[in-house]
Design a protein around this ligand. Structure first.
Ligand code: BGC
Length: 764
């Protein structure tokens, strides 16, 4: 069948520019950052936004395709598992008699790369000019949101001038990079990791049409095709490549057949079918998660960029994996999973894509044994999750890294940054509250809550002052190590224990059989359980009774107080400016710590305590992590400090979007992107979970005339619109049973029959 008809349309970006991100030039300085920014991903496959047809013999920047979960410990000096890039399936060269038509990306006469966020694909538009030849080229690249195993590449060449012999060569690249080729045939390749016994199979099909007529390749070798023909003006050449990728985690399972089967089903539907299903899946994601901002186009752009990457980062079908700190968009942090996922990403998934949230939490359930082992190895009970986690859940934090001052430094986080267990418990409970997913709580969530609670009860030791202390930890502020009673850790641990007790009570009341089975499975008896309430209530928190100010950790207030405003405009992190030792002896904070507690548990900060803590810590924070500004923005927005919140919003947006800002060669900062959603929905709209529904307390930034977003709650789907001009909230229950919506403290009944309009006096 001809490829003509439809391809031009598929190659045309969505009409509304608010959904597009474009770049027009080639800039070697920024190329790698752009490759991160323009990545396409579906949570299983991730492809960096490298050019497909702009390469000569040499790669200017290596291509990268990632397969989630493809971890291996390569050996030789490498002590922790890393995500191994898969062979890149997108290489295309145009060859003339004298060699490649394009030797270097800057050879392109005109070039435009467009991230079509609406349709979840990368499009390019270019002109290739050689002596006596001019070709227009358009391309499309996607990894399917509907069928995560599938990747699609389309190219359309229009010969504008010149008649000559030409060849199009399609091949794979990096076939021997980090993986061992087990079997590479014409249309299928199977590779394995060196040590972890994983396999990845890629089945591929490539076809070419000239003026609507398919022609056979002149050469077809292993994962390599070459077509040759004589081109002439007005000729249209169309190329299609479909790949199906399957990962297998067990040596006895061979993924080749599954890949071939998936590919042949996709070929049967054809590229139009692949594109159509992908677009439908993205349309559904946007319907369930879009955020609209009226009156502030840059904020709208930044949010859509964040949502694009968030919706691309998760795969609800695979509970074997979670989301790494750079998702599947770059090599930094090697695909390792941090607290970023539970604290900065999960709220978005929980509230707009519970299926994805569940899969991410099931990954933590699956790695619970590794967390139990870590706790046991360190002399405690229960489950202590890995600070950096890969496929097995074993601790994957390296012992040393190169610090921001280019010196090798020891990393203690794998031993000391233990708040991760409480962070995971936090996300479990938030998911349960928002989704009401009983099967999850019964079969997985309660066990995570109990084992993490059990860890804290053994970890927080009772001392002669009658309080339990958690000594020798690192809090979110990683500038201070081996500290005692980090407020964030201790208060989150207390909450962890309390919620575990709630979960047990709930199970006993509603599903006593499950409660008994859980107790037996984890050996939790009454005597042990009796200790928990006392343990929770006696954990030291560092809260000053008079001011409500939390001391970040014991002795923090006595450290050198440095005025950070004197260092405004610096271009390096504060620990480089001051040196490690002075930083450690100062009150300079790397990132939101007590402020993160304020962001996560606002009820712990009654009355004036919220503002007092925010003011104290905001000016001591140096934002040495991309996670930091978003938490400050959330806290500031809730306090009604919308101008400050907007600064944090722009700061976070700039990390991945501003070419003048931090280089993002190593991938997008997905936690910061999750933080943008948090700032907007939990911050500016003031969303909170209640037992009988949801609550809103909007505080819109001055430039925002309106804010609309979608959220889900216990099987219901809602659309909320906040409008400054009418000073009102309009809430529509799109599906599901009636529920309550609390606005600025007053409860309103919301049902599917009629949209609810609520005036908001405070919106000015
Ligand atoms: C931050 C951590 C974070 C990690 C991965 C570090 O720089 O301090 O909080 O989890 O990056 O994003």
């Amino acid at each position: 069948m001809s490829a003509l008809g439809g391809m031009e349309q598929a190659l045309t970006p969505f009409a509304d520019p608010a959904w597009l991100l474009e770049t027009h030039s080639y800039d070697p300085l920024r190329e790698s950052s752009r490759a991160s920014r323009f990545s396409v991903s579906n949570g299983f496959l991730g492809v960096r936004g490298m050019r497909a047809v702009s390469r000569g013999e040499q790669q200017v920047i290596p291509a990268r395709t990632y397969v989630a979960g493809l971890f291996d410990t390569p050996g030789r000096g490498q002590s922790v598992p890393v995500l191994i890039p898969a062979p890149d399936w997108l290489r295309v060269r145009l060859l003339l008699a004298g060699g490649p038509l394009v030797h270097h990306p800057s050879d392109l006469a005109a070039y435009r790369m467009t991230l079509d966020k609406r349709r979840g694909m990368l499009l390019t538009d270019a002109r290739l000019v050689a002596p006596d030849l001019a070709i227009s080229l358009r391309s499309l690249r996607l990894v399917s949101r509907a069928e995560p195993a599938l990747g699609l590449q389309l190219l359309r060449l229009g010969i504008e001038a010149g008649s000559t012999a030409i060849a199009l060569e399609a091949s794979f690249e990096g076939m021997h990079f980090g993986l061992v080729a087990e079997h590479v045939d014409r249309d299928i390749g199977i590779w394995r990791t060196r040590h972890s016994a994983k396999r990845v199979a890629i089945a591929a099909s490539a076809r070419l049409w000239i003026d609507g007529r398919e022609i056979a390749p002149a050469e077809h070798g292993p994962m390599h095709w070459r077509w040759t023909w004589s081109c002439h003006p007005e000729q249209i050449v169309e190329f299609e490549r479909i790949v199906a990728v399957v990962r297998s985690d067990t040596p006895e399972r061979h993924p080749g057949e599954a890949a071939q089967h998936t590919l042949s089903a996709a070929r049967h539907r054809g590229w139009r079918g692949v594109v159509a299903r992908h677009q439908d899946a993205w349309a559904e994601r946007w319907q369930r998660s879009d955020v609209e901002v009226d009156g502030d186009a840059p904020a709208q752009q930044a949010l859509r960029f964040a949502l694009y990457h968030l919706n691309g980062a998760a795969n609800p079908a695979d509970p074997q994996v979670s989301i790494g700190a750079r998702a599947l968009t770059g090599d930094d942090y090697h695909g390792h999973v941090f607290w970023d996922t539970e604290i900065y990403l999960l709220p978005f998934y929980t509230m707009t894509w519970p299926e994805a949230a569940r899969a991410l939490l099931m990954y933590r359930y699956r790695t619970l044994d590794a967390a139990r082992e870590k706790a046991t190895r360190m002399g405690w009970r229960g489950a202590l999750y890995a600070w950096e986690s890969t496929d097995t859940g074993a601790e994957a934090t390296p012992d040393q890294v190169v610090g921001p001052d280019r010196r090798v430094v020891d990393v203690l986080c794998g031993h000391q940054e233990q708040h991760i267990s409480a962070d995971i418990a936090y996300a479990v409970w938030q998911y349960w509250e928002a989704s009401g997913d009983e099967a999850f709580l019964r079969d997985a969530g309660a066990e995570i809550l109990c084992e993490t609670a059990r860890f804290w009860v053994s970890r927080a030791q009772l001392e002669p002052d009658g309080r339990r202390h958690i000594r020798g930890v690192i809090g979110p502020d990683e500038y201070h190590e081996t500290i005692d009673d980090n407020a964030f850790t201790n208060v989150m641990a207390r909450r962890n224990i309390r919620r575990a007790l709630d979960a047990i009570a709930l199970l006993r009341a509603r599903w006593p059989g499950h409660a008994a089975a859980l107790a037996t499975r984890i050996g939790l008896d009454e005597a042990e359980l009796q200790l928990w309430p006392e343990a929770a209530e006696t954990i030291a928190t560092g809260r000053q009774a008079d001011s409500g100010l939390f001391e970040q950790f014991e002795g923090y207030f006595a450290l050198e107080d440095i005025d950070l405003s004197l260092y405004a405009g610096r271009t390096v992190p504060m620990d480089v400016v001051l040196g490690r030792e002075r930083t450690q002896n100062s009150q300079v904070v790397k990132q939101a710590d007590v402020v993160a507690l304020l962001g996560l548990l606002p009820d712990e900060f009654p009355g004036a305590a919220a503002a007092a803590n925010y003011r104290y810590y905001a000016k001591r924070c140096s934002h040495g992590s991309s996670l930091s500004a978003a938490m400050h923005g959330l806290a500031a927005a809730r306090l009604g400090e919308t101008a400050a919140a907007m600064e944090y919003f722009h700061h976070t947006a700039a990390i991945d979007l501003a070419d003048t800002h931090v280089a993002i060669d190593g991938g997008v900062h997905i936690a910061g992107l999750g933080g943008m959603w948090l700032m907007t929905v939990f911050g500016f709209a003031g969303l909170a979970l209640r037992d009988d529904g949801l609550a809103l307390a909007p505080r819109l930034p001055a430039t925002w005339q309106g804010l609309a977003f979608a959220v889900e709650w216990r099987g219901r789907r809602l659309r909320i619109r906040i409008t400054r001009e009418s000073r009102a909230i309009e809430a529509t229950l799109l599906c599901g049973a009636p529920m309550m919506l609390h606005v600025d403290g007053t409860a309103h009944a919301l049902n599917a029959e009629m949209a609810l309009g609520v005036p908001v006096a405070g919106l000015v």
